[in-house]
Design a protein around this ligand. Sequence first.
Ligand code: PHE
Length: 454
Amino acid sequence: MATRDQWSSRAGFILVAMGSAIGLGNIWRYPYTVYENGGGAFLIPYFVALLTAGIPLLLLEYSLGHRFKGAAPLSYRRLSKKWEWVGWWQVFMAFFIVTYYTIIIGWALSYTYFSVGTQWGDDTNAFFFGNYLNTSDSFWDFGGLQWKVLLPVILVWIFVYFVMRQQAHKGIERLNRFLLPALIVMLIMITIRGVTLEGATEGLNVLLTPDFSALTNPSVWVAAYGQVFFSLSVGFATMITYASYLDKKTDLSNSGFIAALSNSGFEFLAALGIFGALGYLAHVSGSNVNEVVASGIGLAFVVFPQIINTFPGLNDFFGLLFFGSLTFAGLTSAVSLLEPGVAALRDKFNLTRTAAVNWVCGGAALVSLLYTTGGGIMYLDVVDNFINQYGLLFGALAMITAVAWVNNQLDNMQGHINQISDVYIGAWWKISVKYITPIMLLFMLTQNLADNFM
Ligand code: PHE
């Protein structure tokens, strides 16, 4: 058996866990999700979701990986032979996310380059969809490659491949050591600039003024739980894998709190900066903020370039900062989506790291090329929706069923965490994992099914 990779220290582990959590989800998904779901009032379901599902499941994953010392499939197998498939399910989800995640990093990389001299011109919408993506309206259009996307995506894959080939503490950990501090500095600069722009308060008001009636809307709660899972990287085998590279005696719960809270802090700062900038755009264009806010992709790649165009100074610099930070945030998460597959193949087939990395990166890179075809953006949407609305929820439910219900291992997992950790976890954790989270997951699954099919 090949020796297991290991992080250099506990700090190294916290760093990679933060790097995984802080990703595209924080910078372009979170601000819009808050806006769409009641503004300031969204923070209530968000924190409820964080405390009753996000952090509890994060700690459960840490404990599984740490106690059973395996990638997800092996860890579940050691829990009970019958449940290995849950690990594979989660590994596949991570694998498919990374196939389109790298596409968005590719866009961000291109836009980092376009920032120099604001090459996107005045009509940023036409530039993104027409000139850059160059997609077609037909679903089955495999022809018409989007050349301008293909090139950066290939660059991203080459870079990621060379990081992944090295042992985890050299490749992934070192990547995070460089990019994460840079990212935090860049974000703070963006936030300070964003909230001090003229008109910023108007944007912040829109973001922070609570609409309490939203709290009675079930889909707001579904959105909060969804955001917390994705943003914390919970339910995709990542944290099981990362925790399996820890030393025997390392604190788990305190590390989990640090990673989770810094992730939330990061997305909150990003939202402040971005909404400040949106307020500014509304101000200079004489419209109101609601008119300029756009969803996910549009927010980052259409509205933001527009903001940069009208900036009062240092346009190129702030373009570089924003798209550079999107690229950095994406890269540290992308490696954490690849590692579950790499580690799983190594455990299962006793492969060398290089061989496993060749298979996983090679396979994922091939699949990702599909999104650079004419109909690419539609496939991206289908895969993203399937994973976040069903795949993830089903996997998390299976994880809880396996640990808490069928094999009755919750007490043992709790004991494992408490034995080695600084922060004691008690009834709150058990009740959340055993009851609250699965009820929410079932509710979300039915809600999504109903939304899509009824
Ligand atoms: N948490 C990452 C983000 O916010 C995405 C991710 C999900 C990474 C699952 C790893 C595993 O973008």
